[in-house]
Write a protein that binds this ligand. Sequence first.
Ligand SMILES: NC(=O)CC(=O)C(=O)O
Length: 267
Amino acid sequence: MRASLLQIAVDDDESVISRRARVSSLVREVAEREGSGLVVLPELWTTGAFGYEAFAAEAEPLEGPTYEVMAETARAAGVWLHAGSIPEAGDGTLYNTSLVFSPSGELAAAYRKIHRFGFDKGEAVLMGAGHELATVRTPETVLGLATCYDLRFPELFRGLVDAGAEVFVVPAGWPARRRAHWSLLARARAVEDQVYVLACGTAGTHAGVEQAGASVVVDPWGGVLAEASPTREAVLTVDLDLAKVAGTREQFPALKDRRLGVAAPGL
Ligand SMILES: NC(=O)CC(=O)C(=O)O
């Protein structure tokens, strides 16, 4: 399976409408030029992840303008499109919701970010938490969905592995000051779960926060297959040999040694 990650620049000087149109063209251009079967966009790329006060004004219903444009983009390009996430206005609460479309433009999954970032401010207070894991079965594999801060919570990814995921897709708007954590966590999730990790971040500066860039593709042995510029918009295209997931698990069957029933004394 050939996958392309589009590391989008989210600088403040571009409007949501213009960025949406630009990214739609870019997805189609990349899919055609690279022959990708899966294209991945980052977290909150229409608005930028750090302009928290703008989220309420820029939130859309699930089937709002970004949904419509991205569904049509997936259909026109004939690709599986992980369209990153949008600020979703749903049932009186905002959610950070990722959308995945099939090559016919059907919604394959909507995943509401489970772990909200910011401790007692920002996303953590402005947005609601998702409660359900999400996977997408394609003809080649099973994708497991997570978003940005979720990357710090290994139990979420174990849940995805138990649900059959072989490729974790993690859109993010990660800040540059914690870039070292980003790459390390992406590799850690790949090694411990013996999967591919496609971690697609943003570039540029949004709401005063310099973005980490450095989108990365990691193989099931923890090897970095490709890594993007830390500062610029970029396209990363990789061929995933999906047999390597089962191969790695057979060669080094650590997942079989899990001890799920073990508790601390007194519990
Ligand atoms: N922005 C996020 O969701 C996560 C983040 O910044 C982190 O360091 O974790």
